[in-house]
Design a protein around this ligand. Structure first.
Ligand SMILES: O=P(O)(O)OC[C@H]1O[C@](O)(COP(=O)(O)O)[C@@H](O)[C@@H]1O
Ligand SMILES: [Mn+2]
Length: 639
C-alpha cells in the first residue's frame, strides 16, 4: 500500500473498531448474491413502450409476484397486482372505483399494504439495508422500515404495527404510500440498467426517455449511431444536424425539434415552401395509430424533407473532399449526376433518377449551398447549440455513455467491431497511425468527447468523425459499407439500395470469433458474452448465437420494424442465477396496457444458468471491494 492510500484510510477509519466495522460490512456485502442487471436497446423514441419495460423490470416484477404468491394468487390476481406495481397511480384510480363502501376500501388498503411489504421484503433480500433505504421515498423511510423489518411474532409489537397501517389510512396517506412502495419495488427488481444505444430517431419522444434516464438510480449507455447524430449536431456537425432533421421529417417527428427542444424551424419551413413541391419519395411515413395529417401539414413536411435532404447531399461532397482518410469518395453523389438527362452513374452503370428535387443545385458547382441554404444551416447549427435542454440531454449522454463497455464479464456495444472476411480487425488510418479493434473504438470516443467539449469548431477532424460514426464504412456503430440514402430516394432499382454489412455480422455466429473478440477486450471467453443492439432480429432468426455467447437484443421498440421482426423485440436480464432473454410482444399503448392489463412480455428463455449463484465477490464491484478489504486488513495489522 502506498503512503497516501494509507494516510487516507487511516483518516477515514481512525480507530480499530471503525476499521473492524467497515471490514465486517464489506465482507458481508461480498457474500450477497449478485444484483440484477437489465439490458435494453434501440428504444428509438418510443417512450411509452420503454416505460412499460422499465416499470415491469422487463418482466421481473411479475416473476417475483408469481414466485412469492405461488399457490395464493390466481393468474388474474398476479396480473392485477403486478399492474398496480407498474402503474400505481392509474391503477389506484381504477381500483378505488370498485369499492362502494369505505369499509371495503379500507380492507383493500390493509391487504394491499401487507402484500406490498412482503413483496418489498422479497425483492430486498439481496441488498444491504442501506441500499434498500436509498430506494425508499424519504417521507416513507421510517414507516416502511418499521413494517419491512417488523417482528410479527412479538405480540407486544402487533398493536404497534397495526396502529401504523391504520394511521396511514386515516391520515390520508394510503395512496401516496402505495405509490411510493410500488416505485421502490420497480427500482429494486433491476439494480443496474445498460442502454445498448439508439435512444433517438424514428419514434416521437426521445427527450422524455432522456429525462427518465436522468432520474434513474444506476445506468450506463453504449452510444448508438442515431444517438451520434444528436450528439454530433450539438457538437457543431452540420452533417449530423441535416441527417437528424431529415429523419425527423421522414418520420413526422419535427415536433421533437420544435416543441421538445424549443428550436424554431420557421425559416426552414418558409424556405422549403418557396423551393419545393409535393414529392412522393419525401412524404412522411405515418404510423397507424397517429393522428392523420392535414393535406397542408403533409405537404409542408414533404417540402422540409426535400430541403434538408438536398442540404445534406450538398454538405457531403466537401466533407468527403476534406477528409480523404475517410475513403468515401464514392459517396459524394451530386457530381455523378447528369442533370440534363436526370441520370446518375454508379459503379459503371447508369440509372434513371426519379422523384428528383434538384432545383437549388447548380450543375457546375453541385455542392455549393445557395446563400439562403448556407444561412439556414448556420442558423440551425447555432440554435441546436443554444438549446439548453438538448445540451443537458447530450451532456448526460456523454457522461454516462461510451463506445463500448466491459461489465461483469460481458462486452457491450451497439453495432460491431469492423473486421475483414477472416475476422481480422480492420484498420482505420488517422493522422498517420493505424487503429483497430478496441483502440479504434477508443480513438472514436476520444474525438467525440473532444468535439462535444468544443462545439464551436465545426469542420475539424474530431467533428467530422462524428458524422463518420453515423455513416462511415469502418464505423463500429453503423457496421455497413455504404449508407445508400441517396439511392433510396431517387433510384427505383432496389439493388442499389443494398447496404453490405461488415463481415462481423456473419462471423458473430461463430464461437471461435466471439471467443477471440472477448479475449481482445480482456475478457474470459469461458464466462463472457457479447451483447449487441442495432440489427432487428428478423422472423425466423435467433437472437442467441455462437454457443450462447453472442446476444443481440434490439428491443424492437421501433414500430416500423414490427413487420419484419414479427415481435416487439428482446431485452436481457442477468441475475445471480444467470442470463435470461425476454421476448416482448409489440406494445399497443399505455392506455390499453393500463386498462386491459396487457403485458408485452411473453416468454423468457434461459441463456445461461449457473450451478452456484453468483455472488457480489465475483462481480466487478466485488473485485474492487476485495482490494479494499485487503488494504483494511493490512491497516489493521499496523494498529
Ligand atoms: O427505413 P429508412 O428510414 O429508410 O432508414 C434506413 C436507413 O437506416 C439505417 O438502417 C440506419 O439506421 P438503424 O441503425 O436504425 O438501422 C441505414 O443503414 C439505412 O439507410
Ligand atoms: Mn442502430
Amino acid at each position: 500500500m502506498n503512503e497516501t492510500d494509507l494516510a487516507l484510510l487511516k483518516a477515514k477509519y481512525p480507530t480499530k473498531t471503525a476499521l473492524a466495522t467497515e471490514l465486517i460490512n464489506l465482507e458481508a456485502i461480498l457474500n450477497l448474491p449478485k444484483s440484477t442487471e437489465a439490458f435494453i436497446s434501440d428504444i428509438h423514441g418510443e417512450y411509452d413502450a420503454f416505460q412499460h419495460v422499465l416499470r415491469s423490470g422487463s418482466g421481473n416484477v411479475k416473476q417475483k409476484v408469481a414466485a412469492l404468491f405461488a399457490g395464493k394468487m390466481t393468474k388474474n390476481k398476479i396480473s392485477n397486482f403486478s399492474f398496480l406495481i407498474y402503474y400505481p397511480k392509474e391503477r389506484l384510480t381504477a381500483i378505488k372505483k370498485r369499492y362502494a363502501s369505505n369499509e371495503e376500501l379500507c380492507q383493500w388498503y390493509l391487504d394491499t399494504f401487507t402484500r406490498l411489504i412482503s413483496l418489498l421484503h422479497f425483492v430486498s433480500t439481496k441488498y444491504t439495508r442501506s441500499k434498500v433505504r436509498k430506494a425508499l421515498k424519504p417521507e416513507f423511510v421510517y414507516i416502511t422500515e418499521e413494517l419491512l423489518y417488523a417482528d410479527l411474532d412479538s405480540v407486544d409489537k402487533l398493536q404497534y404495527y397495526s396502529k401504523i397501517t391504520e394511521n396511514i389510512i386515516t391520515l390520508g396517506q394510503a395512496d401516496a404510500f402505495i405509490i411510493a412502495t410500488c416505485h421502490s419495488i420497480q427500482q429494486l427488481v433491476v439494480d443496474h440498467l445498460h442502454i445498448v444505444g439508439d435512444i433517438y430517431d424514428r419514434g416521437p419522444y426521445p427527450d422524455k426517455i432522456m429525462e427518465r434516464l436522468m432520474q434513474h438510480h444506476s445506468l450506463d449507455i453504449q452510444w448508438g449511431n442515431h444517438d451520434i447524430l444528436w450528439l454530433g449536431a450539438v457538437s457543431g456537425s452540420q452533417l449530423c444536424l441535416a441527417n437528424l432533421l431529415r429523419i425527423c421529417a421522414r418520420y413526422n417527428n419535427l415536433s421533437i425539434i420544435e416543441d421538445a427542444y424549443g428550436i424554431n424551424l420557421r425559416h426552414l419551413a418558409l424556405f422549403a415552401e418557396k423551393h419545393y413541391q409535393d414529392n412522393p419519395a419525401f412524404q412522411p411515413k405515418l404510423m397507424h395509430n397517429e393522428r392523420p395529417l392535414s393535406a397542408a401539414e403533409k405537404l409542408q413536411i414533404t417540402q422540409i424533407h426535400q430541403a434538408i435532404a438536398v442540404i445534406q447531399f450538398k454538405l457531403e461532397g466537401p466533407a468527403i473532399a476534406r477528409r480523404p482518410e475517410f475513403n468515401m469518395a464514392h459517396r459524394a453523389m451530386l457530381d455523378k449526376i447528369d442533370y440534363a438527362k436526370q441520370t446518375i452513374e454508379l459503379k459503371g452503370k447508369t440509372y434513371q433518377l426519379e422523384n428528383t428535387c434538384f432545383q437549388t443545385i447548380d450543375p457546375k458547382a453541385p455542392y455549393q449551398l445557395t446563400p439562403e441554404e448556407q444561412d439556414l444551416i448556420d442558423q440551425l447549427t447555432t440554435a441546436f447549440m443554444q438549446s439548453d435542454k438538448l445540451r443537458r440531454h447530450m451532456a448526460f449522454l456523454v457522461k454516462k455513455g461510451s463506445m463500448y463497455l466491459t461489465y461483469n464479464d460481458n462486452l457491450i456495444f451497439h453495432g460491431c467491431i469492423p473486421v475483414d472476411d477472416k475476422g481480422k480487425f480492420q484498420t482505420f488510418r488517422l493522422n498517420g497511425k493505424d487503429y483497430a479493434g478496441p483502440e479504434l473504438l477508443t480513438v472514436f470516443e476520444k474525438n467525440l468527447r473532444e468535439s462535444f467539449a468544443y462545439p464551436h469548431t465545426t469542420n475539424d477532424q474530431a467533428t467530422d468523425l462524428l458524422w463518420y460514426l453515423w455513416t462511415g464504412p469502418l464505423s463500429p456503430l453503423f457496421g455497413k459499407h455504404d449508407m445508400t440514402t441517396f439511392e433510396r430516394y431517387f433510384i427505383a432499382d432496389k439493388e442499389t439500395h443494398f447496404e453490405a454489412p461488415n463481415a462481423y455480422y456473419r462471423l458473430r455466429h461463430e464461437t471461435w470469433f466471439v471467443d477471440q473478440l472477448l479475449e481482445a477486450f480482456g475478457l474470459d471467453p469461458n464466462t463472457g458474452h457479447i451483447i449487441n443492439g442495432h440489427t432487428p432480429v428478423k422472423k425466423g432468426q435467433s437472437p442467441i448465437m455462437a454457443d450462447r455467447k453472442m446476444l443481440v437484443i434490439d428491443g424492437g421498440f421501433s414500430k416500423p420494424y414490427h413487420k419484419t421482426t414479427g415481435i416487439g423485440g428482446y431485452t436481457l436480464l442477468y441475475n445471480s442465477y444467470g442470463m435470461q432473454l425476454v421476448t416482448h410482444q409489440p406494445f399497443t399503448s399505455r392506455a390499453d396496457a393500463i386498462a386491459n392489463l396487457t403485458d408485452i412480455i411473453s416468454t423468457k428463455r434461459v441463456v445461461d444458468q449457473v450451478s452456484h449463484r453468483k455472488m457480489v465477490a465475483q462481480t466487478d464491484i466485488g473485485k474492487k471491494l476485495i482490494k479494499q478489504v485487503r488494504l483494511l486488513k493490512e491497516l489493521m495489522l499496523t494498529k
